[in-house]
Design a protein. Sequence first.
Length: 478
Amino acid sequence: MSKARKSPRIEKAIQFATAAHEGQFRRSGDPYISHPLAVMKIVEDWGMDEDTIIAAVLHDTVEDTSVTLQDIKEQFGEQVAFLVDGVTKLGTARSGMRDIDTYLPQTRDNLLRLLVATGSDIRVLIIKLADRLHNLRTLSALPPDKQKKIAKETLEVFAPLADRLNMGRLRVEMADIAFSYVNPKRYHELADIIEKYNLSAEKTMQKIQKEVSEALGREKIKFQISGRVKSVYSLHKKLAKHNQNMGEIYDLTALRIIVNDITDCYLTLGIIHSLYMPMSGRIKDYIAMPKQNGYQSLHTTVITKDKKIIEFQIRTHEMHEYAERGLAASFYYNEQKLTENYKTGKIQHLPTNLLWITELQETAAKLRAGKKIDIKKLRLNLFADKIFVYTPKGDIIDLPKGSLPLDFAYRLHSEIGEHVTGVKINGKMSSLNTKLQHGDIVEILTSKNRTARESWLLDKIFTPHARQKLRAQLSRNK
């Protein structure tokens, strides 16, 4: 995006923001303009479009200077003005972040602002994540109480959001910085463990890397290979799952292999298994069955001849870009905006792994129309684990973990949900109470003579979306 940085519009935005923030300073003593310039550089590095880059450098002007949205609209256009307005709304609600857990109807907290903003343009969220990242990088300038508050917010809200957008590099940096402030003692303990392990494993990793490189070279596979070190916060969470048993952690370090296409991914996996013994149950095909956030890669853990345990990750260049930059990478590859102009009122259809954003867009539309929503359920939906299930034709449907067949049916279409008579899961007749699992093939059986039943509300509906559709049908059929 270096060319975009030099465009006349971006240069004009830099000059505009610099003049607007003249005489303002950060807690660190640096001129305030250093912050919006840093945020601009972050979204630029993520490969965002020109409007997003301009909005990033202007994102604090309306909140912190005499500049108005009308000024921005006149100088840089309606889209930039709307993006700045969205980020401003998120900023003004920041003090309410602590109230998320109270679910008070009158609380206009960051979650609500987030819904409204992303419902109109997901780029608002991208700018806010970049803003939060730079604030984390400069967190040492703030008083200890504010450091803890921002760090805790990050672990509870912003890092999970980065993960939902599959922005892996961002998630890791955010979570590690935040964890170092929330629990500095534990952070340094785990950082020391990782450092010592990496030093002891360095020679082994070099040897394995050489062996694999030679084997791939013999098969004329073009590749890049590098080491991947587990992040501190990831180790903290994994140890919590394994009762603090380090013996259960096999991926403190891993080798990542990037190849040109999917065929080479599977060829590489076979070559690795010909060199080393794969561990039972440790081969994961996230290419054929992506993670809920769209992540794709082949994972395998092997035992070397020296009895060392090593994890490999194998992916294509595009998969790697998406694993690192997630939604931002979609802008780079698609060369188009994933959202529509706010004034059109249209909902943009996103890739399957980002369908949850469409749900947020629909909710945002309700908020703008003054309709009431259940904040608690929304927050659960936003951060809940997702599963991918399949129609018999192979279409992928994204649902919250815990969903039931009727949730699937209503996700397909409300009329399908209304006329359900039964369900086949993986080719077998199953109960409507059956919880769907990641990778299930679900076939909904229907009959025009069957109508929605009120009893379904008791134990056969999990998602708010399906519940809402069912209640509307019950009301209409009375």
